[in-house]
Ligand binder design. Structure first.
Ligand code: PLP
Length: 354
């Protein structure tokens, strides 16, 4: 850094590396799928100045397919082939927001299984195009209608399997192979990368596989590790999940309408933030720390930063990043999209109209 750079308080704690990483340690893989798992942790240096806790982000966008879901794509397909559940040439079907389908596609290409994903209109254009590029069939479905509605995305996956025996529904929401993938990989990685010093584990919840599997593993190593599930306030604050988890009055009467892979006995707390706060923070993270994180990652990191001020000195907080901000640059990380979709204030903060 020059003297002029160091005089700018906004640049404090930020510097170019003095050298590139040791070329002798650049990994060599025997094939693409070997590049799943083993993702880096990066320390957060500027978002929580003066906080007693240290924060790291586990960057699962470093998996070859671009998200944490590569792990479960491999884990679920491998286990279903081994048990004989997935037979030669069968088509893999599931529903979801796109990342798992990329994982299934990579595992399916390697094993001769085509893939169909039932998705919802919130599928980002970046992911949709990548799925088509990988040969995945995309079937439109809806997440916002009850499970007995014919357009419900789970109902469509169930129907595809029932009506055509050449289809096999992978069931990421309930298969034990989902959390097991994290018990075998993500958990041991976080433990090793922090030399067993991790005190808090935060991950966003959809199927629950990441927070539950990794959390379960970390608690076997140290039962005091705090496992924090993160979610969007709009999705979870009034949900049965939250009411049952917090044993709010009347919780015993509520239906367990959330994925079986959300293991409540592993989770210590559910923390939420609003969608607008998280989108804003995603931009802030990029501009402050140089990290380009997806929205569920920005959510977990925001909660990790707030937590870092409340924990004991020496605490090591690991927030999970499931995918990259690159997957959102035509939506939440695009000023025009923000202005058209009710988030003009965020657009004006980071990308003022000139
Ligand atoms: C971007 C992103 N973040 C978080 C999650 C949640 O992970 P899990 O399904 O393991 O709860 C998903 C899963 O769909 C995801 O795609």
């Amino acid at each position: 850094m020059t003297d002029a750079d160091s005089a700018d308080p906004a640049l404090e704690g930020w510097a170019l590396p003095t050298a590139f990483r040791d070329p002798a340690h650049a990994p060599v893989a025997a094939d693409a799928l070997e590049l799943v798992g083993g993702t880096p942790l990066v320390r957060v240096n500027r978002l929580a100045p003066g906080a007693p806790g240290t924060i790291y982000v586990k960057l699962d966008q470093y998996n070859i397919g671009g998200s944490s879901k590569d792990r479960i794509g491999i884990g679920i397909v491998r286990s279903a082939i081994a048990s004989g559940e997935l037979r030669t040439g069968q088509r893999i079907i599931d529903f979801g927001a796109g990342n798992t389908a990329i994982g299934y596609a990579l595992a399916g290409l390697a094993t001769g299984h085509p893939v169909t994903i039932v998705s919802s209109p919130s599928l980002s254009p970046e992911k949709a195009n990548l799925l088509r590029f990988l040969g995945v069939d995309i079937v439109p479905g809806r997440a916002d209608v009850p499970s007995d509605h014919p357009e419900n995305w789970a109902a469509i996956a169930e129907r595809y399997e029932r009506e055509d025996p050449s289809n096999w529904w992978a069931r990421q929401q309930s298969t034990p192979a989902n959390p097991q993938s994290h018990i075998e990989s993500t958990g041991p990685e976080v433990w090793a990368q922090t030399d067993g010093a991790v005190t808090h584990w935060l991950a966003a919840v959809a199927t629950g596989g990441t927070v539950s599997g990794t959390g379960r593993y970390l608690k076997t190593r140290n039962p005091l590790v705090q496992v924090i599930a993160t979610d969007f306030a709009e999705k979870v604050d009034d949900s049965n999940l939250r009411q049952i988890f917090e044993r709010r009055p009347g919780w015993e009467e509520l239906e367990r309408d959330f994925p079986p892979n959300i293991e409540l006995d592993v989770i210590d707390a559910i923390e939420t933030r609003s969608r607008a706060e998280v989108i804003d923070y995603g931009w802030h993270i990029a501009r402050t720390e140089g990290l380009v994180l997806g929205l569920s990652s920005a959510l977990s990191l925001k909660i990790a930063v707030d937590l870092a001020y409340r924990v004991d000195p020496g605490s090591v907080i690991v927030a999970f990043s499931a995918d990259s901000g690159r997957d959102y640059v035509s939506r939440e990380y695009n000023a025009d999209w923000l202005r058209e979709n009710g988030f003009a204030e965020i657009a004006d903060t980071y990308s003022p109209a000139s």
